[in-house]
Design a protein around this ligand. Structure first.
Ligand code: 4AD
Ligand code: MG
Length: 451
């Protein structure tokens, strides 16, 4: 159908006085004795287009006035009668699709919780339009950021030989004597699962191209039924050769600021909306983040701060245990009031691949914590020394033969290198003020839910 996007109609002044056709869904309808006003949304812009219908010229099919009905409207673009902007003086309105009154999205404000039950329709609301605009702009900015800096974009496998979520074509057969035998007859002839991270394969690529990143889905089978965990989330993972921990921290901070700037610049209407309805002071918060250096705080110092805090934590902070959400909140919201890189965690609570520090107790790892959410980035310098890596794997009882290729990277021209993983949904929550990760995902998956 020949038509013009509403975003274009609202933006381009050379359309004034021209006759055009717009298509979309009816958002509001009101009428006086002589005129009808219909707000039309096609999703291409946050602002809707007002269609003005002169009752003496057009007899409007009542079906065209129902909330949610889809129509095509043809007419002249004119200066808005009230306020700034433009509207369309309709000459013809065609019904594309009827929408009966049981359409669940009605004018009165519905709750996010209610909308979660209708994921196939909730995208037609202002809130979800704005969330997905920001998400899309941020995703484009991720690619731009790395592309402008010469990173290779690589796609790491989604199906791997590890992990919890099993990939199989075989029906369960109780007669098989062992797991091994069961998987032998399966599609890949061995156990296969959905990747939790592209990092290990990303390291392979970084050992050839120096700077790479991946941006794809990761799968976690944790049974965490929280507002910040999904079973399927999107993961941005750069891996950089010749980078040590301070270098990768610098890259992470620079990238986060770049993404925030992109969202503020490219989504002004959406960010004003979030500032008013989702998190008061959101834009100021983000501008403050842009203008300040992120804090870097050693884990050991963080534990000291938490121990000295006059707050009753549910889990007292102890050196050697992981930071709880309440600790992360305290550090970012009460102490530093900005994003914080907590560095040098105890090796016992972190992964085998992290570079072991000379103290023998900690690893060169960092989590980036932000107010309101907690961890959005997991990051580390990687252990580049073959013997130390093998020792860390043996300590954890890992099977070395499953990691032969990974270990080869340490045999053939090993170099210092570092990388991180940014949870894309958590980033979107941070910049929009949306408090539940299920509201920044088209079809969220979590334990017990695969709608
Ligand atoms: O801290 P994580 O587990 O780190 C890794 O996977 C590393 N291999 C990354 C790397 O160094 N390349 O995950 C990284 C980030 C977390 O900080 C969080 O933002 C996000 O991924 N994340 C989740 N997001 C939503 N739901 C979940 N279940 C998540 N688990 C991790
Ligand atoms: Mg982590």
């Amino acid at each position: 159908m020949k038509h013009t996007d509403i975003s274009k109609v609202l933006k381009e002044s050379d359309l004034l006085g021209k006759k055009i056709t717009v298509c979309g869904w009816v958002r509001t309808f009101r009428e006086s004795s002589s005129v009808c006003f219909l707000e039309l949304a096609d999703g291409t812009s946050f602002t809707k287009l007002q269609i003005v219908i002169d009752k003496s010229k057009i007899s409007l099919d009542a079906e065209c006035t129902r909330l949610g009905a889809s129509i095509a409207a043809t007419g002249e673009v004119v200066k808005a009668f009230k306020g700034e902007g433009v509207e369309l003086n309709a000459e013809n309105i065609v019904l594309l699709g009827k929408c009966p009154p049981e359409y669940p999205i009605q004018k009165k404000r519905t709750t996010l919780e209610f909308l979660r039950g209708i994921p196939h329709l909730r995208l037609r609301t202002n809130t979800f339009n704005a969330v997905f605009k920001v998400r899309s702009v941020a995703a484009q900015a991720v690619h731009r950021y790395f592309h402008e800096r010469g990173y290779y974009y690589v796609n790491t496998p989604i199906i791997t030989a590890r992990e919890m979520f099993r990939v199989t074509t075989a029906l369960w057969n109780e007669q098989t004597a062992s797991e091994e035998e069961y998987f032998k007859n399966d599609f890949f002839g061995q156990r296969a699962g959905l990747s939790v991270s592209g990092q290990l394969e990303g390291e392979v690529a970084a050992m050839a191209f120096s700077k790479i990143y991946t941006f794809g889905p990761s799968f976690r089978a944790e049974k965490s039924n929280t507002t910040r965990h999904l079973s399927e989330f999107w993961h941005i993972e750069p891996e950089v050769a010749f980078a040590e921990l301070p270098d990768i921290i610098e890259i992470a901070e620079d990238m986060i600021k770049y993404l925030i700037r992109a969202v503020l610049n490219e989504c002004p209407d959406e960010m004003t909306f979030f500032d008013s309805f989702m998190e008061k002071g959101l834009k100021e918060k983000l501008n403050h983040v842009l203008n300040s250096d992120f804090e870097v705080c050693d884990y050991t110092k963080a534990i000291d701060i938490l121990k000295a805090a006059k707050t009753d934590f549910r889990f007292p902070a102890e050196w050697g245990s992981d930071l709880q959400t309440e600790h992360e909140k305290y550090l970012t919201e009460e102490v530093f009031k900005k994003p914080v890189f907590v560095t040098n965690y105890p090796k016992k609570i972190k992964s085998f691949y992290m570079k072991q520090n000379p103290d023998g107790k900690t690893v060169a790892a960092t989590d980036l914590l932000v107010p309101g959410i907690g961890e959005i980035i997991g990051c580390s310098e990687r252990e580049a020394d073959y013997d130390k890596l093998v020792a860390a794997m043996k300590e954890r009882g890992m099977k070395l033969d499953s990691y032969e290729q990974y270990l080869d990277l340490r045999r053939f021209g090993s170099v210092p290198h570092s990388g991180f993983g940014l949870g894309f949904e958590r980033f979107v929550m941070y910049v929009t003020g949306v408090e539940n990760i299920r509201d920044v995902t088209l079809f969220p998956r979590w334990v017990g839910n695969v709608m």
